[in-house]
Design a binder for this molecule. Structure first.
Ligand SMILES: Cc1ncc(COP(=O)(O)O)c(C=O)c1O
Length: 302
């Protein structure tokens, strides 16, 4: 038998048909008729934890609850129930900075599309080391390519049905890019696993929070930080030409935090260097992390 790696030995949380256990990843099993496997019928969350304190956890749990409501799965736990299980998972890991993954699927049932009656959701949670972008990526910015957004029209649900996003991420990888930035009907939506921010003339622009994008937890946070540090934010539809002629572009996500984009479709963004709005927001983001840790809270940056 091949050697078991530390990752495979790491404890994960699994609840199938109401039966909960912590188990090494290598031994975690779900039935093949789980609707997450068969239909992609489930939702998920990805929460960063800095020095073992989950960051913006209340907001992540609220979004999980919205996603579950949107697809008619009863939330298996209340907020304290989630927090206790997440705390247990974090405590069992050797890493200080972690990325907690949580997934809820509709459960296990004979294969038929419509919702089955009387089944319990399957819950899976794991934690991995949090790997943040490199200093070189922050200093030089990253490369993106663009594509037409051909995903479904409920991108606001954080669904495990990620094939559209997977294909967009693969398109980025095939082009040696960090992300694929997408446009629908000529307007910016988001990237395969990030929200996108545009700066022009010192103003920060973001596309509206609607069913065409996922409302990133950093979407709300960056809006708060911009207000805090006096950067004007305008939320409105953003045309492709505005993205192409932006002074600055940024990506945000749990693992990217705030990352500057300096090349889009082989052309420079602005002067081709990370800009002042990125630098201010990135600094404010690091402050919010420090404040969250100092407070030991799982909520707001202040
Ligand atoms: C499609 C998509 N949009 C936006 C985001 C950013 O969300 P968050 O800030 O909660 O990580 C993600 C995160 O993975 C994503 O997958």
């Amino acid at each position: 038998m091949a050697d078991v790696t530390a990752e495979e030995e790491a404890q994960v949380f699994l609840s199938v048909a109401g039966s909960e256990a912590m188990t090494p990843l290598s031994q975690a099993r779900i039935p093949v008729l789980d609707r997450g496997f068969i239909f992609g019928d489930g939702v998920y969350e990805v929460v960063p934890a800095y020095r073992r304190v989950p960051f913006r956890l209340n907001q992540h749990l609220a979004r999980l609850s919205r996603s579950l409501n949107a697809i008619g799965i009863v939330n298996p736990y209340d907020i304290d129930g989630w927090k206790a299980r997440i705390a247990q998972l974090i405590a069992g890991s050797a890493n200080d900075d972690q990325l907690v993954y949580m997934q809820v699927t509709r459960g296990v049932a004979k294969r038929a599309h419509a919702f089955p009656l009387g089944i319990q959701p399957t819950v899976f949670m794991m934690t991995n080391p949090l790997v943040l972008p490199s200093a070189a990526q922050h200093a030089g910015g990253v490369v993106v390519v663009t594509a037409i957004d051909n995903r479904w029209l409920r991108c606001d649900i954080k669904s495990v049905s990620l094939l559209g996003n997977v294909l967009m991420a693969e398109n980025a990888a095939a082009n040696d890019a960090t992300e694929t930035v997408m446009f629908r009907d000529g307007f910016l939506t988001e990237a395969s696993s990030s929200n996108v921010w545009v700066v022009k003339g010192g103003t920060l622009y973001a596309p509206p929070k609607d069913e065409k994008i996922l409302e990133g937890i950093r979407y709300g946070l960056i809006a708060e930080l911009a207000q805090r540090i006096g950067i004007a934010l305008s939320v409105r539809k953003i045309a492709r030409e505005e993205v192409e002629s932006a002074d600055e572009l940024m990506l945000s996500s749990a693992t990217k935090e705030i990352l500057p984009v300096t090349i889009i479709d082989k052309k420079k963004v602005g002067d081709g260097k990370p800009g002042p709005v990125y630098r201010k927001l990135f600094a404010a983001y690091q402050e919010a992390k420090a404040e969250s840790f100092a407070a030991g809270t799982q909520g707001n940056p202040r």
